[in-house]
Write a protein that binds this ligand. Structure first.
Ligand SMILES: [Zn+2]
Length: 245
């Protein structure tokens, strides 16, 4: 896919610690249209890592606050506001309207739903996640393979520490958001980053702090291998585990 940046349309799922820096990076890079999708309100405890928001935004819907800030900084960027969650009934339709989807949501159901919807809609997607000192960004091409389910087969059944319990370091989400933006721009520019996984470990030594590698396809992957997921079945997305916040 190659499109002039100012004609490019990118959907950002989740305007949190990852979504905030990556919106800034994408707007700065000249992406013409940003779709913003979130239904939460700005919380004071998240301000240090959700760098799109100010003190005065506390209590406001994130979408409205993000739109106002991005318009102020980048008057030419066109914002499409979706004050909702990505849900089984709207996911394929929403992702279909964009060239690239970037997902920085705070829970596994949204991550798997985004992965499945993008595969069905044949849209490239960049996933992002961060817990404590470690974060990852994964690029999936429009072909849909290798995919998020090659890395994480299905929703976790055990208790995974959530963001409220585990916390997350603000510099890590800033870095992961920046790498997500870089991978999204690569996809827009037609560069092959399929399966590229960037891992940021804020406690590693300097030379190991950022690692990039390509993931392979999982044998028998239900999404990109066996193609078992042919439609969005809401029963697949039932866990509610927070990853980033
Ligand atoms: Zn797969």
């Amino acid at each position: 896919m190659t499109k002039p940046r100012n004609e490019a349309r990118v959907l950002v799922v989740g305007i949190g610690g990852l979504g905030a820096p990556l919106c800034l990076a994408l707007a700065k890079a000249g992406v013409g249209t940003l779709g913003l999708l979130d239904e939460d309100r700005v919380e004071r405890t998240n301000l240090h890592r959700q760098i799109l928001f100010r003190d005065a935004d506390v209590g406001k819907p994130k979408i409205a606050a993000a739109e106002a800030m991005l318009k102020e900084l980048f008057p030419r960027v066109h914002i499409e506001a979706h004050e909702t969650r990505l849900l089984p009934h709207n996911a394929v339709d929403l992702v279909s309207r964009y060239d690239v989807v970037v997902e920085g949501s705070d829970n596994f159901p949204t991550k798997f739903l985004t992965a499945d919807a993008c595969k069905l809609a044949e849209r490239p997607v960049v996933h992002g996640a961060a817990v404590r000192w470690v974060g990852t960004a994964l690029a999936v091409s429009a072909s849909g393979a290798p995919c998020y389910r090659c890395l994480f087969e299905d929703l976790p059944r055990d208790n995974v520490p959530n963001c409220a319990e585990a916390g997350v370091m603000a510099p890590v989400v800033g870095l992961v958001g920046a790498f997500q933006a870089d991978l999204a721009l690569s996809l827009l520019d037609g560069r092959d980053v399929s399966g590229e996984l960037v891992t940021v470990d804020g406690k590693a030594t300097e030379e190991k702090m950022v690692r990039r590698r390509r993931i392979g396809r999982r044998a028998g992957c239900v999404l990109c291998g066996k193609n078992e997921i042919r439609e969005i079945d809401r029963g697949r997305y039932v866990a509610d585990v927070c990853m980033e916040g």
